[in-house]
Write a protein that binds this ligand. Structure first.
Ligand code: ZN
Length: 152
């Protein structure tokens, strides 16, 4: 294992053991649930928008280390960004974890690049993108509710 891989694993483990922004967001007008049947991961994302900007983002749920770490890192990465910026970040993240981008956009992704290694494990891609799909659903919805989105 090289040093970079080791560093990335430490970041993921840290977010898995101590998830950031975990728990329902009181009064958050937007939320969406995601389910990854391949792995059993469940996540619910809460978003509080200030105009076009994501004032606060949190999550609840249970799942594997990858899905939990990814949700935790996502909440930190998108907070304070506009909806459009969050969408662009999701696109860069998805390209990195699916391997669509031969080289991840590290500058844009920041710490999220720690999850890029997932592309070597196709079964895990949905674990890594689940929270992002739920965020997109929460932002697209006109409010709370709606059926849980599935990665299938
Ligand atoms: Zn999973």
């Amino acid at each position: 294992m090289d040093e970079l891989t080791d560093l990335y694993q430490q970041i993921l483990l840290d977010h898995y053991r101590k998830p950031r922004n975990f728990g329902a967001l009181p009064g958050a007008p937007r939320s969406a649930e995601g389910f990854n049947p391949l792995c059993g991961d469940r996540v619910k994302i809460f978003v509080d928008l200030d105009g076009e900007r994501l004032r606060a983002v949190s999550f609840e749920g249970s799942g594997c280390a990858i899905s939990t770490a990814s949700a935790s890192m996502m909440t930190e990465a998108v907070r304070g960004r506009t909806r459009q910026e969050a969408g662009e970040l999701f696109a860069a993240f998805r390209a990195a974890v699916t391997g669509e981008a031969a080289v991840p956009d590290a500058e844009r992704l920041g710490k999220l690049v720690a999850l890029a290694g997932v592309k070597e494990f196709p079964m895990r891609v949905k674990c890594a993108t689940l929270a992002w799909h739920a965020l997109a659903a929460a932002l697209a919805a006109d409010g709370a509710g709606g059926a849980p989105i599935s990665t299938e």
